[in-house]
Design a protein around this ligand. Structure first.
Ligand code: SAM
Length: 289
């Protein structure tokens, strides 16, 4: 396990993932009933962007750094408000030093009745995450393989929940693992909202991944992708995607506003692109391309 998220915190992929996670949470909160966020690959929870590791890559500058410098217009600002409000709260004196990882973002958006279960397998990162939530009775932090949690921890006792699956993709076979994990989780908790993250890069098997997801016959799956540059001259990350299972009915329209704005503001070259479409669901399955 070499991956450490501190090198990537706040980058363009985090922006998309965290903006959507915040929308999913706000939607759950339209009902009074409690829900749980299960974060299977949680990271350290809170990132100091002035740390040597974050400074070394400077990735956040092309993500949240750029976004905060931008005039987003009233509609997109409203959609991003839950996400950006947490960043403002973490940096009360202005500027941008602290950036929330997914478990911290979720926790800061919670009402008193909402709960978090977060898993992190890297021993050092687990300790750091544990420290962030020390004494917090709304959060259960476990040093556990997140893939196991997709079985053992579902369904949540609240019977309502968002499951974020955000693996590091440092091993071969992660796309297949994501499909298998989702299929297993959906058998135990079919009514859950799931949000799966995946990377876009040269040679990534996206078409096969989408086809494998369609073959699971999980009834409602929305896909959102944002690529910030061409993959012609790099083998690195050029974009990212999210698969959202059982999305709020409002999400697709929101993505149609959000994604073009993120593309415009985070683009690194003229090949930046975005799309949001049903993999399975409201309309006929989209052709994966
Ligand atoms: C992409 S980062 C998570 C970022 C976090 N979800 C966020 O948005 O702030 C992936 C994390 O998964 C951890 N990890 C890797 N394999 C794992 C496993 N099998 N179970 C749980 N955590 C794992 C890594 O140590 C890393 O911290």
């Amino acid at each position: 396990m070499n991956y450490r998220h501190i090198y990537h915190a706040g980058n363009f992929a985090d922006v998309l993932k965290h903006a959507v996670l915040a929308r999913l949470i706000r939607y759950m909160q339209k009902k009074d009933a409690a829900f749980r966020v299960l974060d299977t690959h949680a990271g350290i929870g809170l990132y100091d962007l002035s740390a040597e590791e974050a400074q070394k890559t400077g990735e956040w500058q092309g993500g949240i750094g750029k976004l905060l410098e931008t005039d987003l217009g009233p509609q997109v600002s409203e959609l991003l408000e839950p996400y950006l409000s947490v960043i403002r709260a973490l940096n009360p004196e202005g500027g941008l030093r602290f950036y929330p990882g997914s478990p911290k973002l979720a926790r800061m958006l919670f009402r008193p009745q909402d709960r978090l279960s977060a898993m992190e397998l890297h021993p050092e990162d687990y300790l750091r995450l544990h420290r962030v939530f020390e004494g917090d009775h709304h959060a259960r932090i476990t040093e556990l393989d997140g893939w196991l949690a997709l079985g053992a921890h579902l369904p949540p006792k609240e019977k309502r929940g968002i499951v974020l699956v955000d693996p590091p993709f440092e091993e071969d076979g992660e796309y297949e693992r994501l499909v298998d994990g989702l299929a297993r989780a959906c058998r135990r908790f079919p009514g859950g909202t799931y949000c799966l993250w995946y990377p876009l890069k040269k040679g990534a098997p996206i078409k096969q991944f989408h086809e494998a997801l369609q073959a699971t016959e999980i009834p409602k799956m929305l896909c959102a992708e944002l690529a910030v540059r061409s993959d012609r001259e790099t083998t690195g990350l050029t974009g990212s995607g999210l698969v959202i299972v059982n999305p709020p009915f409002t999400l697709k329209d929101e993505l149609h506003q959000l994604l073009p704005a993120l593309k415009d503001h985070l683009a690194q070259d003229r090949f930046a692109s975005q799309r949001a479409f049903w993999l399975r669901g409201e309309t006929k399955p989209a052709k994966a391309d």
